[in-house]
Design a binder for this molecule. Structure first.
Ligand SMILES: NC(=O)c1ccc[n+]([C@@H]2O[C@H](COP(=O)([O-])OP(=O)(O)OC[C@H]3O[C@@H](n4cnc5c(N)ncnc54)[C@H](OP(=O)(O)O)[C@@H]3O)[C@@H](O)[C@H]2O)c1
Length: 178
């Protein structure tokens, strides 16, 4: 991966106590955020864990090539590529991006995949959901400010179809130069 030029970005919606999931789903409805997520990810290769694909009803999101990570080498799912390691998923996503001209790769969850991807991603697109979720069962890893610099933050009031207000933040991995 040393010669990679295509940036890899995490996309996640995270509560104030770092919850991202509950009972195989997200513990909120955030229509405004889903629209932004769709606009930002259309056409880009998506890397995700098998359980997150299940949370989509077992089907890929339209308009985005999916590379799904599982330890089950025999798994075959219509409409997605299946690989057996995160490294293989990122490698395949880079190939797809190079072939299609996509400018970024999205790592879209869930908790297990985020935890493993934090060491290699270049950017984080984090929707900070302004609530505490007491009964969450899946979490986002700590964002270390020594490693990631918050470069942008936008306040997003709750719309009619949003459970909570949010703040959409962009973090870039710090380099030796900054
Ligand atoms: N808030 C958000 O932005 C957001 C985004 C995405 C998902 N979520 C939520 O997160 C939850 C799902 O997350 P999760 O942590 O339970 O599962 P996950 O990360 O989506 O998937 C876990 C699965 O990925 C495979 N896997 C993980 N590491 C692997 C490795 N190193 N090599 C090969 N395969 C590997 C395994 O699949 P096998 O078991 O098939 O081997 C594992 O069971 C759901 O509640 C979902 O709604 C929230």
């Amino acid at each position: 991966m040393t010669e990679r030029t295509i940036p890899i970005a995490i996309f996640a919606a995270v509560s104030e106590n770092n919850v991202i999931g509950r009972d195989g789903d997200m513990p909120w409805k955030l229509s405004t955020d889903l629209k932004r997520f769709k606009a930002m990810t259309l056409g880009k290769p998506m890397v995700l864990g098998r359980k997150t694909l299940e949370s989509f009803g077992g089907k890929p999101l339209p308009g985005r090539p999916h590379v799904v990570v599982t330890r089950n080498a025999a798994l075959a799912i219509d409409g997605v590529e299946v690989v057996t390691s995160l490294a293989a998923a990122l490698e395949r996503a880079v190939e797809i991006a190079a072939a299609t001209g996509a400018e970024e790769i999205g790592v879209i969850g869930g908790g297990e995949i985020y935890a493993q991807a934090m060491d290699v991603v270049d950017r984080l697109y984090i929707t900070h959901v302004e609530t505490l979720i007491d009964d969450g069962d899946t979490f986002f890893p700590k964002i270390d400010p020594a490693l990631f610099d918050k470069v942008e933050e936008t306040v997003v009031p709750a719309g009619e179809k949003d459970s909570f207000p949010t703040r959409f933040a962009v973090y870039h991995r710090r380099t030796a130069a900054n």
